[in-house]
Write a protein that binds this ligand. Structure first.
Ligand SMILES: Cc1cc2nc3c(=O)[nH]c(=O)nc-3n(C[C@H](O)[C@H](O)[C@H](O)COP(=O)(O)OP(=O)(O)OC[C@H]3O[C@@H](n4cnc5c(N)ncnc54)[C@H](O)[C@@H]3O)c2cc1C
Length: 408
């Protein structure tokens, strides 16, 4: 019988596994934790090649630091963000957030997803109290009322078997099977947009500058990476997407440089495209009506997804991990039942409003900045002007950096 069984060891599920592992915390050694992951490549140390990188808020880096995995990521390569510039189209004024306005070495970091996953899995494999079951798929879940345990039917290389756990954690992403099997309802909306992701290399150093530029078709982000590379997330309308994906490399590069605009191109010099393929994702927002059921809890994208523009999806997931690990560790220390309603409610109470707030704010920003309505145009320009005022800028930075949920 497991104390905790996690389904999905992507960046969020693997972070929870490491937080409950005993490598950095001997008090966890009496916790029996299982981790089920469908992607067998992870066990072989092969992580995604879609070239995606994520903006990691300073607060999230502190959560990983506390767990003990941040050092592994730093060793593999993380890029600190020294400045973030938010602008609209070709408007002459922008909001610039600078690390000099904080007491920290960076506003946040850009980390390639492959780096994050490799570091988390390396750490997880070194925990004695974790059992990694990979590749394996969950076929069914069933709460056994008489014995008050969760039964999970899985299929792995050794065939089908039942596992039992006091708590089942669904960390299996936005299309979570665990959420569907538990009949948890969701609220959702698909955006009429596509996020095209590509990696570029520039002639001149990017100076750890991140850009977020709002265009009528959707936002455009340039995230600095090591070796004067940058990850570009280009949000295009549904109509223009097939054309952009079909363009040959040199025409795509021309379109890209037009979107970058003159000031950015002057700073970067000539750019070339590094990635062989253009990855594309249809963004959506989704929020589960509840994160908890009997002996079951949802975290990360299984509980909520948001438009990638604000670079907050995984940051929310990491804050879920921090909150859940905290209540589970406290329950374990006090010999309480880890899957009890009281423990799970404490987690849900800590996370619901932060998640909902970020999802809604991101949705409003995307809609406001994509609209050609004159009234909304005036409001957003006023918003950008207000953000020139130091007090408002500091408030924005505080939340963007995830400082409201930094671990003690
Ligand atoms: C283009 C783009 C850019 C983004 N940029 C940012 C950013 O800059 N900053 C940020 O914070 N967020 C960003 N995000 C969001 C971020 O990528 C997600 O929030 C994050 O990956 C969610 O992680 P997760 O572990 O919850 O889910 P996933 O990454 O989806 O992982 C789920 C895992 O579960 C496994 N799995 C699924 N089903 C099963 C099953 N039945 N049995 C076993 N295993 C299973 C999968 O193999 C996978 O490993 C971006 C998203 C996109 C699309």
């Amino acid at each position: 019988m497991f104390d905790v069984l996690i389904v999905g060891a992507g960046m969020v599920g693997a972070s929870l596994a490491c937080a409950l592992g005993d490598k950095n915390c001997t008090a966890n050694s009496t916790l029996k934790v299982g981790v089920i992951e469908g992607n067998g490549n992870f066990l072989r140390g092969e992580f995604t090649a879609d070239g995606r990188a994520s903006a990691i808020a300073y607060g999230s880096s502190q959560i990983w630091q506390n767990i003990g995995v941040w050092g592994g990521m730093q060793r593999r390569g993380v890029t600190p963000m020294h400045k973030i510039q938010v602008s609209e189209g070709d408007l002459p004024y922008q909001v610039q957030l600078r690390r000099e306005d904080t007491n920290h070495e960076a506003l946040g970091y850009i980390v390639e997803n492959a780096v994050t996953l490799a570091s988390l899995w390396e750490f997880a494999k070194e925990c004695q109290n974790l059992e990694l079951i990979c590749p394996a798929k969950v076929l069914d879940i069933d709460y056994d009322r008489d014995r008050d345990v969760m039964r999970v039917k899985i299929s792995s290389e050794i065939g089908e078997q039942y596992l039992e756990t006091k708590l089942l954690v669904g960390a299996d992403g936005g299309r979570s099977q665990i959420r569907s099997m538990a009949n948890i309802e969701i609220d959702e909306r698909l955006y009429e947009q596509t996020c095209i992701v590509t990696t570029i290399k520039s002639e001149n150093p990017h100076q750890n500058f991140a850009y977020e530029r709002f265009q009528p078709s959707g936002p455009f982000a340039v995230l600095p990476l090591g070796g004067d590379r940058a990850c570009v997330v280009w949000t295009a309308t549904k109509e223009e997407t097939p054309h952009l994906l079909a363009l040959d490399e040199s025409t795509f590069l021309q379109e890209l440089t037009q979107r970058f605009g003159k000031p950015l191109m002057q700073m970067l010099g000539n750019i070339t495209i590094e990635s062989k393929t253009r990855a594309n994702y249809v963004p959506r927002w989704m929020h589960s009506q509840t994160y908890i059921k009997q002996r079951l809890v949802l975290i990360g994208d299984a509980a909520h997804t948001t438009h990638p523009i604000a670079g907050q999806g995984m940051n929310l997931g990491i804050r879920d991990v921090n909150a859940l690990a905290k209540v589970l560790k406290a329950a374990h220390q006090n010999n309480q039942d880890l899957g009890s309603d009281k423990v799970l409610r404490a987690y849900q109470g800590k996370r619901r409003w932060d998640n909902l707030g970020v999802i809604w704010l991101t949705d409003i920003s995307n809609r406001m900045f994509s609209s050609q309505n004159l009234f909304l145009k005036a409001i957003r320009r006023l918003g950008l002007l207000i953000l020139q005022i130091s007090l408002f800028k500091r408030i924005l930075m505080y939340f963007m950096m995830g400082m409201h949920q930094v671990p003690e």
